[in-house]
Write a protein that binds this ligand. Structure first.
Ligand code: NAP
Length: 249
C-alpha cells in the first residue's frame, strides 16, 4: 500500500544522519514537505542537498534543540516558508554514558536538555497551530532503554522514560482536538550511536535479540511513516516497540 503524506508539513529533528535522516527521506518520498534539522550550518546545507537530489520538498535548518529560543525562531522560519507544521517528529537525541557514581551534573543536564526538554519546547510550539487546525501528529522517539534501564545510562533512561509519560499526558490534553501523540521505542539500531559500542558489547546485545541482529534505520522510519499517516488515526498515547523482540509486552 502506498501511503501519501501530500499536504503535510513535517519537522524532523536530528535529520542529518542515522534514524532521523531515514525518517526525513521516508516521509519526504511519501509526498510530505520536510524541514530536517542538524546542529551545524554545514549539516543543514547537506540535508537541503540530499532532499534536492531525491526530489523531496523542503530543506535543512540549523537547530540546537536544547535551546528553547532557537526552537522558537526555527519554527517561525519554517512556518513562514511552508505554513504550519502538521507533524512533529522529535528524533534528535544524544548519549552521555557514565555510571551514576561518576556521572557529572553536566552529563545529566545535557541529556535532559537535549533529549527531554526539547520535546517539551517543540511540542508546545507546534501545538498551538495544530489545536487551531484541529489536527496534528506528534511522534517522539524514545528507547527500549527507557523501559528496561541500562547500566551506565541512568540519565538517558530517565529522559527516554520521561518522554513516554510526557506523551501520554499530552495525548490526553490534545485528543479532543484530534491531535495524536505517540512514541516509537527503537531497540538497538545500526547507527553511529551504536557503532561506537565495543564489538563485545554489540555481541552481548545481539544475544538478547530473538531476531538475532541490530535493527535497520528503515525499521524505525517505516513505523514513523505509519504514525504520520491516517492508517494510525485511532492510536494515541501509545508506544510502538521496534526492537527485534528484545523486549516483549
Ligand atoms: P545519531 O546517529 O547519533 O544522530 C543523532 C542526531 O541528533 C543527529 O542528526 C544530530 O545532529 C542530532 N542532534 C544531536 N544533538 C542535537 C541537538 N542538541 N540539537 C539538535 N539535534 C541534535 O543517533 P540515532 O542513532 O540516529 O538516534 C536517533 C534517535 O533515536 C535518538 O533520539 C536516540 O536516542 C534514539 N534511539 C537510537 C537507538 C539506536 O540504537 N541507534 C536506539 C534507541 C533510541 P548533528 O549530526 O548535526 O550532530
Amino acid at each position: 500500500m502506498n501511503i501519501s503524506l501530500k499536504n503535510e508539513v513535517i519537522l524532523v529533528t536530528g535529520a542529518s544522519r542515522g534514524i532521523g535522516a531515514e525518517i526525513a527521506a521516508t516521509l519526504g518520498l511519501s509526498g510530505a514537505i520536510v524541514a530536517g534539522t542538524a546542529t551545524s550550518d554545514n549539516g543543514a546545507a547537506q540535508i537541503t542537498e540530499t532532499f534536492k537530489k531525491s526530489n523531496i520538498a523542503g530543506q535543512g535548518y540549523r537547530l540546537d534543540v536544547s535551546k528553547p529560543d532557537e526552537c522558537a525562531s526555527t519554527l517561525t522560519d519554517i512556518e513562514k516558508t511552508y505554513g504550519s507544521i502538521t507533524v512533529l517528529v522529535n528524533n534528535a537525541g544524544i548519549t552521555r554514558d557514565n555510571l551514576l557514581m561518576r556521572m557529572k551534573e553536566e552529563e545529566w543536564d545535557n541529556i535532559m536538555n537535549t533529549n527531554l526538554k526539547s520535546v517539551y519546547s517543540l511540542s508546545k510550539l507546534v501545538c498551538r497551530n495544530m489545536m487551531k487546525a484541529r489536527s496534528g501528529r506528534i511522534i517522539n522517539v524514545t528507547s527500549v532503554v527507557g523501559f528496561l534501564g541500562n547500566a551506565g545510562q541512568s540519565n538517558y533512561a530517565a529522559a527516554k522514560a520521561g518522554i513516554v509519560g510526557f506523551s501520554k499526558s499530552l495525548a490526553r490534553e490534545l485528543g479532543g482536538r484530534n491531535i495524536n501523540v505517540n512514541c516509537v521505542a527503537p531497540g538497538f539500531i545500526d547507527t553511529e550511536m551504536t557503532q561506537s559500542l565495543a564489538e563485545e558489547q554489540k555481541k552481548a546485545l545481539i544475544n538478547q535479540v530473538p531476531l538475532g541482529r541490530l535493527g535497520e534505520v528503515s525499521d524505525i522510519a517505516n513505523t514513523v511513516l505509519f504514525l504520520s499517516s491516517d492508517l494510525s488515526k485511532y492510536i494515541t498515547g501509545s508506544t510502538i516497540h521496534v526492537n527485534g523482540g528484545m523486549m516483549m509486552e
